[in-house]
Design a protein around this ligand. Structure first.
Ligand code: SF4
Ligand code: SF4
Length: 367
């Protein structure tokens, strides 16, 4: 079957009023994204203003014990490249603006708090008892965060550039957080409903991550909230270390609770020791070896038949250069997510249909 590429799709017919609305949205969207550092700032006054947004001074050393990147490069995603026409057709403008406003305020808060953290003097770390971690889990759940796991921050997973958060240092420990995306919206991918749902969860998880970091600071520990949009560290790999799930062939984290249907963020903290985490045995890679639906469904041929290893030792499952064009054109695409049986039927039902499948032992327990 011939695959349809984004560029082959018929352009949508829109009215004169809709064209005017689209131009207005493009201006506002472009301005917002430049402020976030998510579109090319060259030759732009707003781009220059973006560079003046709160960020650490080059000379700011920060408190003792901060971890830095060992050279992992991140992919720059220019969100201004998204095709906005489907939003106008479906009159989703107001909802989009509300969501983007919430993303922007969340990013600005996390940048500001990060700068304060780096400006604060060193102090001896305060031991974290089990009750504290139970409080953190309870607080996260009350904020709508469905997945909470713990793992030490690995410097090999910190990016050299965090285009959104402008962070390059983290505390020694990580609390990895996941929030579910709506099933029906994701099931409509590719399209504006699925794209907007991803943005909605970036916004909501960003707010919740900031609030959890505030809570941790209120208990006398240090905390840096890493926004889910962009981020200073490779979240899926950290989530695997934190026992939240395993990596699927699609390069998406697969969890027992939500399959591939979550977005991730992280709070780094000096609170220590972390609660023990038992690595799950979900049997995802064994299942993927038989399934491969995402490989054949990807319109851009971007899901690799076999994972590769990058020069920095990081395993990659997606050809990002192939993915990105369709990703821009199709509002974040998400086809590889939509076709995954762990999204369609859920982990338990998928695994129960297979004989001798390993079932997850446990993730982090409340103590
Ligand atoms: S988002 Fe997934 S399905 Fe879509 S182009 Fe990228 S890899 Fe392929
Ligand atoms: S679609 Fe199939 S191969 Fe791809 S991640 Fe999901 S289970 Fe694995």
């Amino acid at each position: 079957m011939k695959k349809t590429t984004a560029t082959e799709r018929k352009p949508a017919q829109i009215s004169f009023a809709q064209k005017r609305m689209r131009n207005l949205i493009k201006v506002i969207n472009g301005a917002s994204l430049r402020l976030l550092g998510l579109s090319d700032p060259e030759n732009s006054r707003l781009g220059k203003l973006a560079r003046k947004l709160p960020r650490p001074r080059k000379s700011a050393k920060g408190p003792d014990g901060l971890k830095r990147s060992k050279g992992l490069k991140s992919k720059y995603i220019d969100l201004s490249q998204f095709n906005l026409d489907p939003f106008i057709e479906r009159k989703m403008v107001t909802r989009s603006f509300r969501i983007f406003g919430r993303i922007i305020s969340g990013v600005i808060k996390s940048r500001r708090d990060y700068r304060k953290e780096l400006a604060s003097p060193s102090r001896p770390p305060k031991p974290a008892p089990r009750e504290f971690w139970n409080e953190v889990i309870a607080r996260a759940e009350s904020l709508g965060i469905g997945l909470v796991g713990f793992a030490p921050v690995d410097e090999n997973l910190i990016f050299t550039s965090d285009f959104v958060g402008k962070m390059d240092r983290l505390y020694a420990n990580g609390i990895v957080l996941g929030m579910e995306m709506d099933f029906t919206a994701i099931d409509s991918a590719p399209g504006p409903e699925a794209g907007l749902e991803a943005m909605r969860i970036y916004a909501e998880l960003g707010v919740a991550t900031n609030r959890l970091a505030d809570f941790i600071r209120s208990r006398g520990y240090r905390a840096i909230a890493c926004h889910p949009l962009g981020g200073p560290i490779l979240y899926p790999a950290m989530a695997v270390r934190a026992g939240l799930g395993e990596m699927g062939r699609s390069g998406l984290l697969i969890t027992k609770r939500y399959g591939p249907r979550q977005r991730l963020s992280l709070v780094s903290t000096d609170a220590s020791p972390l609660p023990e985490t038992a690595p799950p045995k979900l049997g995802i890679s064994e299942y993927c070896d038989q399934c491969r639906k995402c490989v054949s469904a990807c319109p851009a041929g971007a899901v690799l038949k076999e994972p590769g290893v990058k020069e920095n030792g990081i395993i990659t499952r997606i050809d990002q250069d192939k993915c990105i064009g369709y990703f821009y054109e199709a509002m974040g695409c998400s086809i590889c997510l939509k076709v995954c049986p762990f999204h369609q039927r859920g982990y338990d039902r998928v695994i129960k249909t297979r004989k001798n499948s390993p079932i997850e032992s446990t993730t982090t327990k409340k103590k």
